[in-house]
Design a protein around this ligand. Sequence first.
Ligand code: DAH
Length: 369
Amino acid sequence: MSDPEKPATIDFSPASLDRLFQAHRSEFDRDLADAHNDTGREAVRIKWLGRKQGKLALYSSGYMQQAPSPDAKKEVGRRFNELKQHVESRLEGLASGSQSETAAGEAAIDVTLPGMRRRPGAEHPLIKTMHEIVAVFEAMGYSIGVGPEVETDYYNFESLNFPPNHPARDTQDTLLIAGQEAKPLRERLLMRTHTSPVQMRTMERQPPPVRIVIPGKVHRNDAADATHSPIFHQVEGLCVDENITFSDLKGTLDHAMKALFGSAVKTRFFPSFFPFTEPSADVQISCIFCGGSGCRKCKQSGWIELLGCGMVDPAVFAFAAQKQPAYDAGKISGFAFGMGVERLAMMKYGVSDIGQFYSGDVRFLEQFG
Ligand code: DAH
């Protein structure tokens, strides 16, 4: 192909001028197509439009000098102007796509372009549910407490009346922290299996009366399936004062369930067992899907089991009394409860696979916005 450095090869007939300028145009188009960012495009601009060494400048002086006649000059000039217009408009077109050039050549922001839209975030459904539960108790005068996820055997089990080797420990398959064997059992660290240890931590810190809710994360060595996850969340509650009775427990939880699931919901209390409460109960609510007539969700029973509760066992008060003597089971009484946040959220929002909460899938999460 011809080049301004070798003007002797140029044939100034219109046909070969057309071929020549078409070749230049294609070369420029290829250069531009190969430039993938601003730096690349700037290099193309300098290569073609540079004032002294730019290709257009060289073509202009080279071809004009070589043109054998005024007519040939005219033919060259016309094609040259077309090529220059093409080069300039392609480079300019790209520049105004993102930024425009000021007279001084600095990049300026085009304020007429639409802004970048940031999509609004949404509270995670588990956090949202946890906040809703906590808010119901806050409205009844409860305060909020938290505690550590890495817990000692003493707070997670022993002080809650799970003695060493007691079979009740088997109901909470525990993740132990490695390398604890040299310590006495009560000091050994584990991942808390429930939020109940914060009951004891709270009582050790403050004498009665106590009304507290404790939201938090808990860990168990459970295999993940549609309804289990080795990490999940609970909200614990504890109320201790003079003359607290089982009626207070029933009234409080009945109100909480109505506040969370609607005033038509009924509750019933079934005898159960937890080492730290006596008596203990499982709370069932009338099925929110069928209203109690029986459906697949409630296995035709009309009831759904939702949380555990009971009157604080005097043995638990005895452990608290080692630090706070006011926890004298002869003078005070109390109730406690604990509920799984995932289970409540799954019911409330009709989620059938617990794994959805941890998937990070925006299509799932954005539905709670
Ligand atoms: N900690 C129990 C569990 O994780 C739940 C529970 C039951 C908590 C009864 C309580 C309670 O405070 O009174 O299975």
